[in-house]
Design a protein around this ligand. Structure first.
Ligand code: KG4
Ligand code: ZN
Length: 340
């Protein structure tokens, strides 16, 4: 009989529910974005996010079941993101999943949000062979992760300050583009010259696989302020393109260096910033020049969604790694850590 997993994702500003069959086939992946609500505040307001999740969660679950042509009685398990993320937002998904697990007497699976991002790649290619190197770039994280098996992670590089997505969002705010900044910079940059503005790239000490984007972000903000003070008009497309290029250069260089150092032949890209076209193209070129295989999920599976959570949970299900009904939200959960 087919194994159906219902997964819920409510860690930030998307309320999402998905049904996955046998770990590979997405029967539904409903994503209700709250972007329009948070846009007026220029960023995610945690209290508003939790309230919105509460309003949306039951309808999103219902739609996921309907679109998959199934109902609660046919589920093999229910999975949920329990961290990292906004505590009030996470709690909505965790409470809903626990209620379903209890009422239907099915196993509960607790998934790390970052693990979900990594596993979006297994939706694209279920047969990926280890070891794998994954660049996880989201609004809250920029990590280089070596995966030596299912559920086995070694973080070999991380950001020391801002995450890549955070830098995109802050620069977009400076350029008065709106929220969320990543997709807007991605679009505007196509009209700009990426060599127009000279910006710093932080490679840190020799051999380091860590990242730092706060210097670059400040350089863009200062450039903008200086031009405003002088009353000069800046070309926002040029500045967006130059900023994006500086981020992409460092991300790609360090990823390729890590692949060599850890002797990994297959590279994965994950997280919201993985939707960035410039990054996708540059990493594809770098990997092909070095004979490395690259897997990148389609953009809809890069940004927050429950299908990726379902996929990560499927391998936990196979291992019998079930969470107790006392599962709680863990806002600061680290990759590879299990807190239940
Ligand atoms: O993974 P995600 O959806 O949520 C978190 O777990 O944080 O990532 C959201 C981040 C935001 O900072 C957003 O601006 C960025 O991903 N993002 C992009 C693009 N699409 C989303 N950044 C650059 N280019 C994009 N096309
Ligand atoms: Zn995410």
């Amino acid at each position: 009989m087919a194994r159906l997993i219902l997964a819920l994702e409510t860690s930030c500003d998307e309320t999402s529910a998905a049904i996955l069959q046998d770990g590979t086939e997405i029967l539904s992946n409903i994503i209700s974005s709250q972007i329009d609500v948070h846009k007026k505040f220029g960023g995610v307001v945690p209290e508003v996010a939790s309230r919105k999740h509460l309003e949306l969660i039951n309808g999103v679950i219902k739609e996921a079941l309907e679109q998959a042509g199934t109902d609660f009685s046919r589920l093999s398990a229910v999975a949920v993101t329990y961290g990292p993320g906004l505590v009030g937002a996470l709690l909505v998904g965790v409470a809903a999943a626990k209620a379903i697990a209890y009422a239907k007497d099915i196993p509960l699976l607790g998934v790390n949000h970052l693990e979900g991002h990594l596993y979006a790649n297994f939706l694209v290619e279920p047969g990926l062979e280890f070891p794998l190197l994954c660049l996880v770039v989201s609004g809250g994280h920029t990590d280089l992760v070596v995966m030596s098996g299912h559920g086995s992670y070694q973080v070999v590089g991380r950001t020391r300050d801002d995450a890549a997505g955070e830098a995109f969002d802050k620069v977009a705010r400076t350029l008065e583009l709106g929220y969320p900044g990543g997709p807007l910079i991605d679009r505007l940059a196509t009209q700009g010259d990426e060599d127009a503005v000279v910006l710093p790239r932080a490679y840190l000490e020799k051999g380091s696989l860590d990242f730092s984007f706060s210097g670059l972000k400040s350089a863009v903000i200062n450039y903008r302020h200086r031009s405003l003070q002088r009353g000069e008009e800046i070309d926002r497309a040029d500045l967006a393109a130059s900023f994006q290029r500086a981020v992409v250069d460092v991300l790609v260089d360090k990823t390729l260096e890590a692949a060599v150092r850890f002797d990994v032949q297959t590279v994965l890209l994950a997280g919201g910033v993985a939707a960035n076209r410039r990054l996708r193209d540059a990493l594809a070129l770098g990997c092909s020049n070095r004979g490395l295989r690259l897997v990148i999920p389609p953009p809809v599976l890069c940004t927050d969604n429950a299908a990726m959570i379902a996929c990560a949970s499927y391998y936990k299900f196979l291992r019998g790694d079930f969470a107790p009904l006392t599962l709680n939200a863990v806002p600061g959960l680290k990759l590879g850590e299990e807190k239940y």
